[in-house]
Write a protein that binds this ligand. Structure first.
Ligand code: ADP
Ligand code: MG
Length: 252
């Protein structure tokens, strides 16, 4: 079901009592938060707070010790990684992992979800659909003039955009990004903010980020994590003014 069709007030993602323990150390500790369809949520917090581990738990890379992750009515803690991708959750890791030897076009093309094998006129129609989709996504990620460029020749920021494009072309309802603007120039950060705000027409976005300017530009709401728990949550203004957040994070 598309985000637009879901009833108002239904959460796209409901994380409740989520806990993971590594040899007795609780990296995520009884964490609860809720995402509305089409919102941009940013998770902030000091290093080691458990932010990346939350994304690992949602995408099934790490198994929860207890708690629940409901996405579009499905319990994700019971599913395997590929089933979670199939359910509509896409995740980008901290370092870009594009195929350096392939062009921008080819990187997007190989990320296009594989249909069933088709023959003749049908296959031709499908190829046209792929080309159109690749071109549409390339435009969104500011790379439409660089379709034939090998990824190796892109800047670090352009590689980050390409990887976001490789997620977009799979049309996940929820897109999760871990520090997407790390290493980007100010101009690239602003364009990335534009890009994320634009894609919320079709996607819900969960981002981990440190750059508070960028967080303020994109976030509908901010969740602050500390020691595996939610320390504070609300608008950027709310969390920035919260003495607990200033003490453990913003004051440093
Ligand atoms: P953040 O992304 O907020 O900086 P992480 O989620 O990466 O924090 O890590 C939270 C804590 O959990 C850290 O102390 C880290 O060392 C620990 N941790 C993360 N993954 C594992 C793992 N697979 N095994 C053991 N400890 C881990
Ligand atoms: Mg991290």
């Amino acid at each position: 079901m598309s985000a637009a069709k879901r009833k108002n007030g239904d959460f796209l993602l409901a994380v409740e009592g989520l806990t993971v323990s590594f040899d007795g150390f609780k990296a995520v500790d009884d964490l609860s938060f809720y995402l509305d369809p089409q919102e941009i949520r940013v998770i902030i917090g000091p290093n080691g707070a458990g932010k990346t581990t939350v994304l690992d738990l949602i995408c099934g890379k790490t198994k929860a010790t207890s708690g629940s992750i409901k996405f579009a009515g499905k319990e994700l803690t019971k599913l395997k990684e590929h089933q979670i991708v199939h359910a509509g959750v896409g995740r980008k890791f901290q370092t870009p992992s594009v195929f350096e030897d392939l062009t921008v076009f080819e990187n997007l093309e190989v990320s296009y979800p594989q249909g069933h094998s088709v023959m003749g006129a049908l296959a031709f129609k499908r190829d046209l659909a792929v080309v159109e989709e690749v071109e549409a996504v390339a435009k969104k990620i500011f790379l439409d003039d660089l379709l034939d460029q090998p990824a190796a020749l892109l800047s670090h920021g352009q590689k980050q955009w390409l990887e976001i494009g490789m997620l977009l072309i799979q049309k996940p309802e929820l897109i999760m990004l871990d520090e997407p603007v790390a290493g980007m120039s100010v101009a690239e950060r602003q364009k990335t903010a534009e890009l994320l705000k634009m894609i919320t027409k079709d996607h819900t976005v969960l981002v981990i980020e440190h750059d508070m300017q960028f967080v303020g530009d994109i976030a509908d709401r901010v969740t602050v994590m500390h020691q595996g728990k939610v320390l504070s949550e609300g608008s950027i203004e709310h969390v920035k003014a919260d003495p607990k957040v200033i003490e453990v994070y913003l004051g440093h």
